[in-house]
Design a protein. Structure first.
Ligand SMILES: [Zn+2]
Length: 435
């Protein structure tokens, strides 16, 4: 007798949809097949699609910048995630420079995340760790973190990590086995000035700065043999430049993440009267860069949302430097990307991030003995999604050029064998820290 049977659905297994029954015991998928077996509970998934619980590798809930805290906490953010089909997300620890600060940074975020209804993990974050790279990487690994994030910019707030330490960290990534996440912008080419307005964002944080830093980092990966993951790549021009100069590194030592908003929107949003609602770093790019991003999507390994939501009133500021940067999108991410990439969106939001961040095959795949994280979809749309569960009072996906109808709809979500959402109704859940 199995605990739960998901019957007659079309499940995404080995990159295609197959009609199977999925049997779950406790928190694991116990067996997959065509036989009908006795279960304590069954769910009829006839006519529905079943995909692995999705993984968002780039999320900021309750991000405290010192001036303001982003509006989705780990509860509202995780509910919104679940309604978007995401059953695992990876958030970030606050930046530290010294190994003595690591433990408290970890404990602080772990405590806040306890209210999450789905599973989660963290990336460590470093800020200019001079003389501390080996110790910090060692502590992160010993605490179960498989990734470390750095910034090549924000020198004005002390967050920039410089070339010597980046090389050290790349060497350590190979030696100790972790992924170095990099926010890549050439610090000498970017900067928000006091008089800058919303529409200045594209020059203040220009595309050339992303391209030049990406190329310089790829050179360091080549020399050190390290493992680098470039977060939120905003432009197809960046990928094109990398693929011309360093084709042998892409998907090997150099991994590319992009976000749904760079595929869906472009800098014309900054001409709107409420253009401030569309501000994030890096900013939206030209229509041409947007097209090139889609043309080069084969080289984009993962889709992360960089979810960092704020209320309208917090974003409505005259000067660019006063606007908190970031947008929410965790609930729309898969719907949007599935429309563009089809099954390619599933791979980039399940198996690929699972493999890069030490979660595979526990997460990211429908397989016997994997965690029973499943998303059940209706696919006879169009469905127009007009509201969501984020604490924010707006979404860039429900207005202007961002409004879209999706052919699929999230119906039910199972996390480790339990319904978090059942037939569009929130049941809640107990997210587990995966460290
Ligand atoms: Zn981010």
């Amino acid at each position: 007798m199995h605990d739960l049977g998901i019957m007659n659905g079309m499940a995404y297994i080995d990159r295609s949809f197959q009609k199977v029954n999925i049997y779950i015991d406790d928190d694991k998928i116990r067996c997959i097949g065509s036989e009908v077996k006795p279960c304590r509970k069954t769910y009829n998934a006839e006519g529905k699609r079943i995909i692995p619980g999705l993984i968002d590798p780039h999320v900021h809930f309750e991000l405290d910048t010192g001036n303001i805290v982003s509006c989705d906490d780990f509860y509202s953010g995780s509910v919104s995630a679940a309604f978007g089909g995401i059953t695992t997300f990876i958030d970030f620890l606050d930046p530290v420079s010294k190994s003595s600060d690591f433990e408290s940074a970890l404990e602080k975020r772990k405590k806040l995340a306890e209210k999450s209804i789905v599973d989660y993990k963290f990336h460590a974050t470093l800020a200019n760790p001079v003389g501390q790279t080996r110790e910090l990487a060692g502590i992160a690994k010993s605490k179960g973190l498989d990734s470390i994030k750095i910034f090549t910019t924000y020198s004005e707030s002390g967050r920039r990590t410089y070339e010597r330490e980046i090389r050290e960290l790349l060497g350590l990534s190979k030696e100790l086995g972790f992924t170095l996440l990099v926010h890549a912008e050439n610090d000498n080419m970017v900067g928000v000035l006091p008089g800058h307005k919303v529409w200045d964002i594209t020059s203040a944080r220009n595309e050339e700065a992303e391209i030049s830093e990406a190329l310089s980092l790829a050179g360091m990966v080549e020399e050190t043999g390290g493992n680098l993951y470039m977060v939120h790549v905003s432009s197809g021009h960046t990928i094109q430049a990398l693929s011309i100069r360093y084709p042998h590194l892409l998907g090997k030592g150099f991994h590319i993440e992009s976000c749904p908003h760079y595929f869906f929107l472009n800098l014309h949003e900054y001409d709107r009267e409420d253009g401030y609602l569309f501000t994030m770093v890096p900013p939206l790019r030209s229509h041409r860069s947007q097209g090139l991003l889609l043309n080069n999507v084969e080289l984009v390994e993962t889709i992360g949302t960089d979810h960092c939501a704020y209320m309208k009133k917090d974003k409505e500021k005259e000067n660019l430097k006063d606007i908190p940067m970031g947008v929410g999108s965790i609930e729309y991410s898969f719907l949007a990307m599935y429309g563009l990439l089809g099954n390619g969106a599933i791979d980039r939001m399940s198996e690929n991030p699972a493999k890069l961040f030490g979660l595979y095959p526990k997460k990211g795949v429908i397989k016997e003995e994997s965690d029973a994280d499943l998303v059940i979809l209706d696919d006879d749309g169009p469905y127009l999604k007009t509201e969501d569960h984020s604490a924010s009072d707006y979404s860039i996906y429900t207005q202007g050029a961002g409004a879209f109808a999706s052919m699929i709809k999230v119906v039910s979500v199972i996390s480790r064998g339990h319904f978090v959402i059942e037939n569009e109704e929130l049941k809640g859940g107990n997210g587990k820290c995966l460290l």
